[in-house]
Design a protein. Structure first.
Ligand SMILES: NC(=O)c1ccc[n+]([C@@H]2O[C@H](COP(=O)([O-])OP(=O)(O)OC[C@H]3O[C@@H](n4cnc5c(N)ncnc54)[C@H](OP(=O)(O)O)[C@@H]3O)[C@@H](O)[C@H]2O)c1
Length: 244
């Protein structure tokens, strides 16, 4: 089954660093025209220089309104990797309202609105499409100091299923990828703490962290024709964390 995506148009949010950047580069390598969205110009300048020459960058904040208008206007959009997200780990009893609002705004409200704008663009151009939400293993289980993050990723899991059911008649598939801990700029400060690192390794039966490539491979499957009958699914890339 071909992984060639020639002629397809993709948007990847949070594509300046980490998982999103890996996805943007893999999609472009496979032949798609990619729009990479993030706020930091310096990161995006590196992404734009990708050897494929097929990555356009947008310096935009996904929590704002401007990016939504731009997404809705994209012609022949067929792929969205709805990846931008963040975390502020805190004990439940210490969660401050600013952190609560920040994580919900980015991980749920913006993810919902970006997906809505992308679905509108797909419907307007009559494209069949694949939307992949970047969830987390924390969308399936709980973990200490992660009440807000777990709540938002469980919301993404529900959004994935409901969107999948509603958009299936239009040929738009909607799935999630649910990674375990992947070493990226988001998690590096957490994993630099030896006690936390030991906890994480103790929870992963495979005995290793996931890599950006592990997550990219799952995304590439979900946007490829080989997953044409897969929708409403959450593909865990967690080394067995949630199987216990
Ligand atoms: N790393 C892990 O272990 C892990 C595990 C499970 C799930 N995930 C999920 O995977 C996704 C990506 O995580 P990551 O580890 O790759 O994160 P990361 O290294 O922090 O990268 C996040 C990217 O999103 C962009 N971004 C953040 N806020 C944004 C906003 N408001 N508007 C536009 N872009 C924004 C960042 O760029 P700017 O700051 O320049 O905008 C950056 O390019 C997240 O949804 C995360 O929850 C990560």
């Amino acid at each position: 089954m071909s992984m060639q995506l020639n002629g397809q148009v993709a948007i990847v949010t949070g594509a300046g660093r980490g998982i999103g950047r890996g996805c943007a580069e893999a999609l472009a390598t496979a032949g798609a025209k990619v729009i990479a969205v993030a706020r930091s110009e310096a990161d995006l300048a590196e992404v734009a220089a990708h050897e494929s020459g097929r990555i356009e960058v947008w310096v935009d904040d996904v929590t704002g309104d401007d990016v939504l208008r731009k997404i809705e206007a994209v012609e022949n959009l067929s792929i969205l990797v709805n990846n931008a997200g963040g975390n502020r780990p805190q004990a439940f009893v210490d969660v401050d309202v600013d952190s609560l609002d920040f994580v919900i705004d980015l991980n749920v409200r913006a993810a919902f609105r970006v997906a809505q704008a992308a679905a509108r663009a797909m419907l307007a151009s009559g494209s069949k499409g694949s939307i992949v939400h970047m969830s987390s293993q924390m969308g399936h289980v709980g973990s200490p100091n992660r009440t807000v993050y777990c709540m938002t990723k469980h919301a993404i899991e529900g959004l994935t299923k409901a969107m999948a059911v509603e958009l299936a008649p239009n040929g738009i598939r909607v799935n999630a990828v649910a990674p375990t801990f992947i070493e990226t700029p988001l998690t590096k400060p957490m994993l630099d703490d030896p006690e936390f690192r030991d906890f994480v390794f103790g929870m992963i039966p495979m005995g290793k962290l996931g890599s950006i490539d592990d997550v990219v491979a799952a995304v590439m499957y979900l946007v490829s024709p080989g997953s044409g009958m897969v929708t409403g699914h959450s593909l865990k890339v967690d080394g067995g964390w949630t199987a216990q």
